[in-house]
Design a protein around this ligand. Structure first.
Ligand code: HEC
Length: 119
């Protein structure tokens, strides 16, 4: 009897571990899908920013998990080449966005520069 309940407990534990693994896998697949589904080629700078960047850098570029990118931020004084490299390769914990076309990256940067130049 004791052995039976012991083995049931361990199979419950195994089932819990399996469920956790599935949940982690589902989360991972979701994140990868969200990061790698390419936005439409014709997406504008603001559309690209709001889809790909705003969750970390804030809707108004004010910063959140990622640093601010707007008026008065370090990015405002950094050269385009630095922004392109950060976007293409990722930086620190920021993922890389190497699936974007050159046009999409330059539209994003034009948008950042627009906001950085102030109202
Ligand atoms: C998952 C969160 C996340 C996403 C999504 C994200 N970033 Fe970042 N970004 C960060 C973090 C965190 C840093 C700071 C990394 C470091 O310096 O260690 C950063 C840094 C940067 C920098 C350099 C800023 C500086 O002051 O050095 C730029 C430029 C940038 N991100 C632009 C973008 C753009 C454009 C997008 C959308 C294509 C984007 N990021 C998407 C988290 C993110």
């Amino acid at each position: 009897m004791r052995r039976l309940s012991g083995s049931r407990a361990s199979s419950d534990r195994a089932a819990t571990t399996r469920r956790r693994r599935i949940a982690v896998l589902a989360l991972f697949v979701g994140v990868v899908a969200a990061c790698s589904s390419p936005p439409p080629e014709t997406a504008t700078g603001p559309e690209l920013y709001s889809e790909l960047c705003s969750s970390c850098h804030g809707v108004g570029l004010e910063g959140d998990v990622g640093p601010p990118l707007g008026v008065g931020s370090p990015s405002a004084t950094l050269p385009d080449s630095y922004l392109v490299t950060s976007i293409r390769r990722g930086i620190g914990t920021m993922p890389s966005f190497n699936h974007l076309s050159d046009d999409q990256v330059s539209r994003l940067i034009t948008f950042l520069r627009d906001v950085q130049s102030g109202p």
